[in-house]
Ligand binder design. Structure first.
Ligand code: 4NP
Length: 163
């Protein structure tokens, strides 16, 4: 892959940037820290909806994540056009996020950076990461199960392709 000497930049995207994508960011950051390769990556998250701009992750997601050892400190921000230039990979949590990103992408080349998070799932048979916002505690736990598997497989896929 190109740009071998620069950081590999991954952006996780959901709707509000307060539940799924900051959790994915926290889990992925945890993996690269455990692997000792945090200097090789830049990781961020954003939302297609700007209404939660500046907010911490949803308290329910922060608590569920903390229970598994992930401290989520991201502040919500909307996706911008510059993100399509800046990041190498843009990972959508569900089909609506994917479609919204495809419409926002400034070029055909930029659309090739957009992937579905669920495409990195192996044992879970589900094609999207469900929105836990209106779910109970089981919803947040399920989302974390899915994100943990997808992040691990995504990490492996990047390392195989790039390093
Ligand atoms: P997220 O969850 O996209 O995983 O951050 C949501 C957060 C907020 C809203 C919807 C989904 N909302 O409608 O405000």
């Amino acid at each position: 892959m190109e740009k071998v000497n620069s950081k590999y930049k991954v952006l996780f995207v959901c709707l509000g940037n307060i539940c799924r994508s900051p959790a994915a960011q926290g889990i992925f950051e945890h993996i690269i820290s455990e692997e000792g390769v945090q200097d090789c990556f830049e990781v961020d998250s954003a939302g297609t909806y700007s209404g939660h701009r500046g907010e911490m992750p949803d308290r329910r997601m922060r608590n569920a994540a903390m229970y598994r050892g992930y401290a989520l400190t991201h502040r919500a921000r909307p996706v911008s056009g510059l993100d399509f230039l800046d990041f190498d990979l843009i990972v959508a949590m569900d089909d609506q996020n994917y479609e919204d990103l495809m419409h926002l992408a400034p070029s055909v080349e930029a659309t090739h950076k957009i992937k579905r998070m669920a495409s990195y799932l192996t044992t879970h048979k589900i094609s999207y990461i469900p929105d836990p916002y209106y779910m109970g505690a089981e919803g947040f736990s399920l989302v974390l199960d899915l994100l943990e598997e997808a992040c691990r497989n995504l990490y492996t896929a990047i390392v195989r392709a790039r390093f």
